[in-house]
Write a protein that binds this ligand. Structure first.
Ligand code: GRF
Length: 198
């Protein structure tokens, strides 16, 4: 059994979608959800899914040991960031080398970096007059949004699209692709080669 820990700071719709995708599987599963926000809606989703969830402070994420104790308690093999807003600290990177992936709601390397999350990303994409946006699934390293890209795919933008409409298109891509890309990564079916490119 390959056990995945999901890190999420907010609503957790991706976390839920991933957990549902792997539900009832004997080879891969989501064993724990970890957040830096006690009131994040992801905890409610976890409760309904019957998956344990925990909150740690930024200081605990930075120092690492309490988070790692929990990851080890649930025999975590892989970490998936799904709307997780803190930078992953060195102790966690060292404990899970090449085994942490993130999803970014735009086509990196553009529209990434510190502070580029949620609707801010979509607003910047629209302000730049882009005709496409999309998703980027990438390995996590010590710099925001700069790890090696595993997978990208695009959606078309229309003149007059609002940030909310872009978010809807991007979420649809995330729900379709993130679970199967995670499956490919954790089972060693993809390394650094994009499954498809934007
Ligand atoms: C997603 O768009 C993800 O790409 C970004 O944050 C959003 C999280 O949404 N990193 P949710 O919490 O999964 O609903």
């Amino acid at each position: 059994m390959i056990r995945i820990a999901i890190f999420a700071s907010g609503s957790g719709s991706n976390a839920e979608n991933i957990a549902v995708y792997f539900r009832n599987r004997e080879d891969i599963g989501v064993s724990v959800i970890v957040s830096n926000k006690r009131d994040a809606y992801v905890h409610e989703r976890a409760r309904k899914l019957g998956i344990p969830s925990y909150t740690f402070s930024k200081a605990e994420f930075d120092e690492g040991s309490a988070v790692l104790d929990t990851l080890h308690e649930y025999k975590t093999d892989f970490i998936v960031l799904a709307g997780f807003l803190l930078k992953v600290s060195q102790p966690l990177l060292d404990a899970y080398p090449g085994r942490i992936v993130n999803i970014h709601p735009a086509l990196l390397p553009k529209y990434g970096g510190k502070g580029m999350y949620g609707d801010r990303v979509h607003r910047e994409v629209l302000a730049a007059g882009e005709t496409k946006s999309g998703i980027t699934i990438h390995y996590v390293n010590e710099r925001y949004d700069e790890g090696d890209i595993i997978f990208q795919t695009t959606c078309d933008l229309q003149p007059g699209d609002t940030p909310e409409e872009v978010a809807g298109k991007v979420h649809a891509l995330e729900y379709t692709h993130f679970p199967r890309v995670i499956e490919a990564v954790v089972t060693g079916q993809t390394s650094l080669n994009p499954l498809s490119s934007a």
